[in-house]
Write a protein that binds this ligand. Structure first.
Ligand code: G1P
Length: 292
C-alpha cells in the first residue's frame, strides 16, 4: 500500500496548557524554536507523506499560516542577508501540501477523523496525533507503513505502558505473530481501568487506516466521555477485517501534558549538538544552586 496522505487533528482546546492556550493554539507552543505541530508534520514528511489534512476549529489559523509562505517576513530576512533563517522558514512548507477542514463541534477523535473522508478518498492514510512526539531512527509512521504494506491492512502503533496508566489510552489486545512485535488485533478498548485492561499495549496516537474505517465511524455510538471514539471504530473494523498492531521503536513524549512537555524540551536540547552543552550547564548550575 502506497500511503501519501496523513490526517492530523488539531481542533482541541488544549486546556492543559491554559492560560497560554486562551489565545495561542497548543500546537503552536514551541519546543526549543519549533512549534509542536512542526515535529508532527516532519514525521509525516520523513515518512514519505505528500499531503496533510488538518482537522481544525476556530482560532487555529496560525497552524495553516505556519505552513504557508510569509512574503513580508521573507523579504525582511532577504534584505538583511539572513539566508539561514530564510531557508528555515521556507523549508517545511515547501516539503508538503497542507489543507484543512473545520470540525464545527468537538465530538471526539472519531468524529474528527470522520471529517477526512473526502480528503482520503479510497486511499489508506496515516493519522498522527501531534500531542505525542516520538523520537525514533525511523519515524514511527514509516515503521507502521512497512507493516501495513506487508499485510495490506490497518495498523495501530502501540507501546508498553505501566498497567496503572491504561486508563489514559486506547488499549489493544491480540495475538503476537512471529517476532513478537506485531499482533493480529482482536479488540481495542478506549481507556480501560487497569483492573479490566486486557493488556498494557497502548496507542500514543499513530495509526495507518484503510478507508473501511469511515463505515465504522458512521456506525459507532458515542463512547467513553460521551464522545465518538476512534478506538471504537477500530474495534469494530477488527471484527470485520484483519487489523494489526505493532510495537514501534522510539522514545515517546506526551507533549500534551506539562510534565511531558518539560521532558521533551530537555531531551530535544540534549540531542541538539549546539544546545547540548548549554542545557547540561544549566542543569548542573541548578543542581548546585538548589542543593538538589
Ligand atoms: C486519544 C485516543 C486514545 C489514544 C490517545 C493518545 O485520547 O482516544 O485512544 O491512546 O489519544 O494520546 P486523548 O488523549 O485525546 O483523550
Amino acid at each position: 500500500m502506497n500511503i501519501t496522505k496523513a490526517v492530523i487533528p488539531v481542533a482541541g482546546k488544549g486546556t492543559r496548557f491554559l492560560p497560554a492556550t486562551k489565545e495561542v493554539s497548543k500546537e503552536m507552543i514551541p519546543i526549543i524554536n519549533k512549534p509542536m505541530i512542526h515535529y508532527a508534520v516532519m514525521e509525516a514528511v520523513e515518512s514519505g507523506i505528500e499531503e496533510v489534512l488538518f482537522v481544525t476549529s476556530s482560532g487555529k489559523e496560525a497552524i495553516e499560516n505556519y505552513f504557508d509562505r510569509n512574503f513580508e517576513l521573507e523579504h525582511f530576512l532577504e534584505e538583511r542577508g539572513k539566508e539561514d533563517l530564510l531557508k528555515q522558514i521556507q523549508e517545511i512548507g515547501s516539503k508538503i501540501e497542507v489543507c484543512s477542514v473545520r470540525q464545527k463541534e468537538q465530538l471526539g477523535l472519531g468524529h474528527a477523523i470522520a471529517h477526512a473522508e473526502s480528503f482520503t478518498g479510497s486511499e489508506p492514510f496515516a493519522v498522527i496525533l501531534g500531542d505525542d512526539l516520538v523520537l525514533a531512527k525511523k519515524p514511527v509512521t514509516a515503521q507502521l507503513m512497512e507493516i501495513s504494506s506487508k499485510f495490506g491492512k490497518s495498523v495501530i502503533g502501540v507501546m508498553e505502558v505501566p498497567k496503572s496508566d491504561t486508563d489514559k489510552y486506547g488499549i489493544v489486545d491480540g495475538t503476537f505473530l512471529e517476532g513478537n512485535k506485531t499482533l493480529k488485533m482482536q479488540k481495542m478498548v478506549e481507556k480501560p481501568k487497569p483492573n479490566v485492561a486486557p493488556t498494557n499495549l497502548a496507542t500514543p496516537g499513530r495509526y495507518i487506516l484503510t478507508n473501511e474505517i469511515f463505515d465504522c465511524l458512521r456506525e459507532i455510538p458515542r463512547g467513553v466521555g460521551g464522545e465518538y471514539q476512534l478506538t471504537d471504530a477500530i474495534n469494530m473494523l477488527a471484527g470485520k477485517d484483519d487489523v494489526y498492531a505493532h510495537i514501534f521503536e522510539g522514545d515517546r513524549f506526551d507533549t500534551g501534558s506539562i510534565n511531558g512537555y518539560l521532558n521533551a524540551t530537555v531531551e530535544f536540547a540534549l540531542r541538539d549538538p549546539e544546545l547540548k552543552e548549554v542545557m547540561v550547564n544549566i542543569i548542573k548550575e541548578k543542581i548546585v544552586r538548589y542543593s538538589i
